[in-house]
Ligand binder design. Structure first.
Ligand SMILES: [Zn+2]
Length: 59
């Protein structure tokens, strides 16, 4: 995937965000190494409540 702003090939990466003891977000996205533009691709939300529930959001 190429950057929409400058056309450089973007890096695929995952970011983890811990919201609380029970909720963790993992976001998979493309980031341009040249200009820093990010495009959100997919977000997983892990909810721990007895077991673990995984919700998937795509953009
Ligand atoms: Zn760029």
């Amino acid at each position: 995937m190429d950057c929409p702003r400058c056309g450089v090939r973007m890096d695929f990466q995952a970011e983890t965000e811990i919201m609380s003891d029970k909720l963790k977000k993992i976001r998979y996205l493309y980031k341009c190494p040249a200009c820093g533009v990010k495009t959100s691709d997919l977000e997983l939300r892990l909810t721990r409540d007895g077991g673990v529930t995984i919700s998937v959001y795509s953009f």
